[in-house]
Design a protein around this ligand. Sequence first.
Ligand SMILES: NC(=O)C1=CN([C@@H]2O[C@H](COP(=O)(O)OP(=O)(O)OC[C@H]3O[C@@H](n4cnc5c(N)ncnc54)[C@H](O)[C@@H]3O)[C@@H](O)[C@H]2O)C=CC1
Ligand SMILES: O=C(O)CCC(=O)C(=O)O
Length: 487
Amino acid sequence: MLKQAAKKAFQVGRSQIYKQHAEKEAGSFSHLCTLIDRAATYTRTPASFIESMKNCTHVLELTIPIKRDDGTLDFFNGYRAHHSNHTLPMKGGTRYVPNMTVEDVEALSGLTTMKLACVDIPFGGASGGISVDPTQLSEKELERLTRRYAHELFKASFMGPGLDVLGPDVGTNSKIMAWMMDEYIQLAPNDTEAQGVVTGKPEASGGIHGRDEADGFGFCIALKQFFLNQNLAESIEVSSNLHDKTYIIHGFGTTGYHIAKFLHEKEKAKIIGVVEGNGATFNKDGLDIVGLKAHYDKHKTVQGFSGGDTYTNGEEVLYKPCDVLIPAGDLRSINSSNSHFLNCKVVAEAANMPTTFKAEELLTSRGVVILPDVVMNSGGIVSSYFEYVKNIGHISPGKLTKRWELRANESIMKYIAQLLGTEMPTGELAIASDLDIVRAALEDSMISAVKNTENTAKRFAIGYRDAAYVNALNRIYESVRFGQNAA
Ligand SMILES: NC(=O)C1=CN([C@@H]2O[C@H](COP(=O)(O)OP(=O)(O)OC[C@H]3O[C@@H](n4cnc5c(N)ncnc54)[C@H](O)[C@@H]3O)[C@@H](O)[C@H]2O)C=CC1
Ligand SMILES: O=C(O)CCC(=O)C(=O)O
């Protein structure tokens, strides 16, 4: 069925199909509103609440002047949107990307509200960033721009550990997050919770173990859990194991790389293609991800990797047959111009809003299953939440309980040994590291989110995206009804 559709698409010809479907797609915020409306039918919430979810509470637009290294003045547009303050603080990513629009920022803040609710984190959604290509600035220019952005957010009450906690996203990293925190500390020197103003910081500045890998780790846990469901596996005629499937990953940044790493190392899965903006690599027997990462870090492209065939036009790899396609690049990468040519059984969304409305309609009509962003990529923000809790509590995970748990385990072992009349094994039992604790907690959040999504999808016979939105809207409504914001 899938093969036939793909063959037909090629027969009609790409350019003709592109013309047929190149009409403007809905903007990102109206896309979000449509998803909310679609899910609302299955919720137990009033219409006025649903309408309120289709607006941001506050949106800040800034012009940020910075001095370039050559002494000239340059100006950049910055944004921060607060989608919902139904519970505080608000939280969400910070993007440094060229051509950022206020509509995308608003949509991402709304998406973040939904995502946080799906994984049961008691924060409202926010999002923001600067319209800039960070690779075109020197490190000093990037630091000045970041500090000025943080300064303006603070002045406008768009930043604070009890108000809006900024996290990393496309184009930002732990160093940028640390600059933001430092700027905040200068402005609010007596705030004892200041470390909690941003997440994704280096560990030396209060960051948490495993934040960089969290998105990829969480994604793989969620994927595994979805495939354990026999109905899903049978509906697309695959087994429920991850290791015997083929994967193509679109985007090899923080998220895409860690997904590839976990699938490759832990699941022994075959990643046959990696597509980047500037080319792709393909190996039908599976790519060596460690080697590919070393090549990518050195050359800033996957082209020329000796362990795969190089494609200068990455789209050609995107269209190759695979079981699971993983968009991990940017918004709208699966759209009406390319969805006809995709040859996968599942689209598992690691990026935020990677699939446009029309693309989703087309793919689902062909039987392709979509595993939605709000569940699949929530590992990053869940780990950010753990970092925040550590910062606000001034204590690292397990510091109070680790040794106590070890003693408790030893007592149980002794008791069992006594019952069996054997000796206690010699040597100390392992103590959980901070990373073990974070990973276990993340696993728990991801598995619960997938199970809740599956249950709702089954109950109403709807897709996983609609089910995730139904759960999110119900949870937010309960919090508004009984929470701090209901007058
Ligand atoms: N970093 C995080 O904590 C989280 C990120 N995400 C989402 O995951 C996605 C990726 O984010 P990161 O990995 O953090 O960003 P990143 O900046 O580290 O990586 C993005 C990668 O995608 C590639 N890319 C961009 N446009 C492309 C195109 N048209 N075709 C192919 N490749 C393209 C870039 O070259 C880069 O390697 C984004 O949608 C982001 O919002 C979601 C949840 C958490
Ligand atoms: O950790 C955060 O606050 C943001 C993570 C992120 O960018 C996302 O979940 O989309």
